[in-house]
Design a protein around this ligand. Sequence first.
Ligand code: NAG
Length: 411
Amino acid sequence: MEKAVEVVVVAVVTFLCFFFTFVGLVIGRSDFSVAEFNLHRRLNSEGLCSQLIQPAGYPCSEHITQTKDGYILGLQRVSSRSGDIEVNPGPPILLQHGLFQGGDAWFLNSEEQSLGFILADQGFDVWVGNVRGTRWSHGHISLSENDKEFWDWSWQELALNDLTEMINYIYSITNSKMYFVGHSQGTIMALAAFARTDIVDKVDAAALLCPISYLGHISAQFVLRAVGTHLDQMILAMGIHQLNFRSDIGVHLINSICDGHIDCNDLLTSLTGKNCCFNNSHVDFYLEYEPHPSSSKNLNHLFQMIRKGKFAMYDYGWWGNLKQYGVFQPPAFDLSSIPSSLPIWMGYGGNDALADVTDLEQTVNELESKPELLYLESYGHIDFVLSVEAREDVYNHMIDFFRSWGKSSSS
Ligand SMILES: *[C@@H]1O[C@H](CO)[C@@H](O)[C@H](O)[C@H]1NC(C)=O
């Protein structure tokens, strides 16, 4: 009996904390108390441009596009404080955020530290992607967020529907091939979409931060416990389809679990690996924006990958697969079908417990092209977006890589 209770407690803890890096971040503070956190949402009626980007002095416009399965996605276009995007457009570059994050993630530090602002200052035509379900996207043509069908997707749909739609949209406006930057889930979206669709023809070069395709060697302990206890299936069986950490229940549970029951100080480390370079005084600000919701099915798909060590489509079980795919096993994504002509750059960290180095080596080996690699021993999973040193450590190298591939080949 006691054992069973323990399993449930571990499961709930893991559910709340896995991927929820921003609460984990806060948990690292000594004066931890969820009640104090500024977890209220910013007003939904305002867009990302008017909340975060224009106030910093950058021209920014809101764009909307619709996926083939009816989701209405929001994109933002950001340009330098001095240049005029209409007169002298730089090469387009799409920034694709990770799991439980939104397009705001690229703008949460200062103008000198945040990738979105840095690229705009460098003359790039910056496009900010936002996947379905996040606050900067705009729902669905017929489904409401309260419908369970609204949350019936995983990163597979984010790759094959959302990313392809965003790239097509940007191409239709700029009439130019673009650069791509993804972080974490943003990289799995890119690798899956580039492997299976011709969208890669519209991409000049891709930079992948904390690349994920194989997940068989994840070392984050809490994640492994959650996988072992089949937490993902439990959540779905409970009828929970949306994962939203801002719900009252979520906040209360985190509060009670961390209040003396376990050492929350180590949680973030056990979840993402030790992040070297956060600005702890900036955490309240991050929490005004992050985290964003995702779907339980998405977590389920990621856990399937951890269990099986495969980079494959969602597994519906034998009969479900037969119905969906016409075969008993979900089809794998074949990394070797990404054209070798696509230049790829990867940044990865020695302290990243999610994008493990062994898994990354498998990804690199299966690609036809030979990616340029930047390894940072001290970096954890979130440092690649929020480190206060990322400009020097990461972004300058990435921009050199893009520049080395010349101007975007406008047609
Ligand atoms: C950290 O954040 C605080 C509060 O927003 C800010 O005043 C400070 O300049 C930041 N420090 C660094 C190193 O960026």
